[in-house]
Design a protein around this ligand. Structure first.
Ligand code: GLN
Length: 317
């Protein structure tokens, strides 16, 4: 039965651990569906039968199930952090270099870039993330140190690091990203050395985190821009609202419509099989299962989020 969004009293009465247990049980019956991303060879080695889910409530409580403490490659979830940091660095001028419209095209598509003269459709496709990466390289003396500090503070985990094996794997096979970066550069929309942009891009994609780290790291988007782990105001409340809107319309690429339809939460996925999502004013959450659907989103992760919003009534719609 479909539920209406709960009022605060009802929210307190939801048995979140019970709901997670049910979802975990259902998902495990479906192991084997979908394929791991094999265009990045080191991701193809990840076992398929994994599922984790974590909810990080704004009061600091965490509910977790399954493989929620097993680390994985966050891949394009990193685009959420680089967007947040690039917005802080460049302000609204960022939107002259990258648009905020859904693309309807795959995450690594080249086709719109020529028609739109090197301005990527949104910061969550690879092309758009190369631009936000470039902004960070221009703004910070050491952008990688700044990004690591940002992520460690958001998740409250100082041990988060980059998996260099995944970086090497992407460097060997990232022909499309090389093409995208050079193409954007030809329009003057990258200001740093193309190879430096690509190297930093691969490193951010290769950040290794688990569901609990990731759920905590997006809490600031549920709490008007304030990060509960560090107490810092990461962005303004207007900034958080805007980032959530772009997640809703573009965070899961050309499946964003389907996500709104089945899940109804701002979400950002990565080809490592992770998906983070935000329930405004309530929690940050993360699901992980490595096998993907045809659009590069975790197949069972999406199913888990669908079941979650239907069982709790916590879709934003
Ligand atoms: N590193 C991956 C790539 O550049 C990220 C893609 C993704 O997670 N959708 O292809």
């Amino acid at each position: 039965m479909h539920k209406l969004p709960p009022n605060p009293d009802e929210l307190g009465r939801l048995d979140l651990d019970d709901i997670l247990g049910t979802i975990d049980h259902e998902v495990r019956q479906r192991f084997g569906e979908g394929e791991v991303a094999d265009y990045i060879p080191s991701l193809a080695e990840v076992p398929k039968d994994r599922f984790g889910m974590a909810l990080a409530m704004l009061d600091g409580t965490v509910h977790a199930v399954g493989d929620a403490r097993e680390g994985f490659s966050i891949q394009s979830i990193s685009k959420l952090y680089t967007l947040t940091m690039a917005l802080e660095a460049a302000g609204d001028a960022l939107w002259t270099r990258v648009d905020r419209e859904p693309s309807g095209d795959p995450f690594n598509s080249l086709i719109q870039l020529e028609l739109e003269r090197g301005i990527p459709r949104n910061p969550f496709m690879n092309a758009g993330a190369l631009v936000t990466t470039d902004v960070l390289l221009s703004h910070h003396a050491d952008a990688e140190v700044a990004l690591l500090a940002f992520i460690r503070a958001r998740s409250g985990n100082p041990r988060i690091s980059i998996n260099m094996e995944v970086v090497a794997s992407e460097q060997e096979t990232g022909f499309r990203n090389v093409a995208l970066a050079n193409f954007i550069r030809s329009y003057g929309n990258l200001h740093n050395d193309v190879q430096a942009v690509l190297d930093f891009y691969y490193r951010q994609c290769a950040l290794h985190m688990d569901c609990v780290d990731l759920a905590r790291s997006v809490q600031f988007l549920a709490d008007g821009g304030r990060c509960p782990s560090s107490g810092e105001q990461v962005t303004t409340s207007e900034g958080a609202t805007r980032i959530n809107s772009v997640m809703m319309t573009a965070g899961t690429y050309d499946a964003a419509g389907d996500f709104a339809f089945y899940v109804g939460l701002p979400a950002k996925s990565g080809v490592g099989g992770g998906i983070v999502a935000v329930v405004p004013r309530v929690m940050g959450l993360c699901v992980w299962s490595p096998t993907l659907d045809g659009k590069g989103n975790s197949l069972l992760g999406r199913y888990a989020l669908h079941r979650f919003t239907r069982m709790t009534g916590l879709s934003v719609f």
